[in-house]
Design a protein around this ligand. Structure first.
Ligand code: NAG
Ligand code: NAG
Length: 182
C-alpha cells in the first residue's frame, strides 16, 4: 500500500516536471524562432546564439512575442550601455594608463554617454511605432561602440574589447528583431 502511494506520488511528480519542461520548451522556442528569423533575414546567422542567450536571460522573455522581444532587446541595450559607462569610469579611477589609453578611455566614456540619450530616443520611437526612427537611432548607438573600439587603435586588444563587442552585438540584434517586425 505504502509502495503504491509512493509510486502514485512519483507519477504525479513526473507529470508536473513534464508539464513544466514543456512550458519552458515552448517559451524558449519563441525566443529561438524570433532570433532565427531576425538574424537569418539579414544574413547574420552567427548572431543567433548570442541573441538567444541574451534574451533568455532577460526577465519577461518567456512567452513574449517578437514585438515584446524587440522591447526587451532595446531595454537590454540601455542596461548594457549604462553598465559600459560604469565600467569605463571604474577603469579610469583605477589608473595606471598610458597617455594614449587615458585619452581613449575618455573618448569611450563620452561616446557611450552620448549614446545613452539616443537609446532613450530609440525606446520612445519603438513605443510609438516609429520603426524608421528607431533604426536610425540604433545606427548612431551602435557607432558609439565602434568608435570606442577604434579609439584603442581598433586592433581588438583594448581593455573594452568585450564591452564594445557585446554592446555592438546587442544593438544589431535589437535592430534586426525590429526590422523583422515590418
Ligand atoms: C551586456 O550584454 C551582454 C549580452 O547580453 C552580457 O553578456 C554582458 O554581461 C552585458 N554587460 C554588462 C556590463 O552588463
Ligand atoms: C523596458 O524598460 C521600461 C523602463 O524601465 C519599462 O517600463 C518596460 O516595461 C520595459 N519593457 C520590457 C519589455 O521589458
Amino acid at each position: 500500500m505504502a509502495a503504491r502511494l509512493v509510486s502514485v506520488a512519483h507519477l504525479l511528480l513526473l507529470l508536473v516536471v513534464l508539464a513544466g519542461s514543456r512550458r519552458v520548451a515552448l517559451a524558449s522556442e519563441t525566443v529561438e524562432q524570433t532570433c532565427a528569423k531576425a538574424t537569418s533575414g539579414a544574413g547574420r546567422e552567427e548572431l543567433a546564439p548570442f541573441c538567444v542567450s541574451s534574451l533568455q536571460a532577460a526577465p519577461g522573455s518567456d512567452g513574449a512575442d517578437a514585438r515584446g522581444l524587440a522591447a526587451i532587446a532595446t531595454n537590454l541595450t540601455l542596461a548594457n550601455y549604462t553598465a559600459a559607462v560604469a565600467t569605463i569610469k571604474a577603469l579610469e579611477r583605477r589608473g595606471g594608463w598610458s597617455e594614449q589609453s587615458r585619452a581613449a578611455l575618455a573618448t569611450c566614456r563620452q561616446r557611450y554617454i552620448e549614446a545613452l540619450n539616443v537609446v532613450h530616443s530609440a525606446v520612445h520611437a519603438l513605443a510609438t511605432g516609429n520603426l524608421r526612427g528607431y533604426v536610425s537611432d540604433m545606427e548612431v548607438v551602435g557607432k558609439a561602440a565602434t568608435d570606442c573600439e577604434h579609439a584603442f587603435g581598433g586592433a581588438g586588444s583594448g581593455p573594452l574589447r568585450k564591452v564594445d563587442e557585446d554592446a555592438g552585438n546587442l544593438v544589431v540584434v535589437a535592430t534586426l528583431i525590429v526590422r523583422s517586425l515590418q
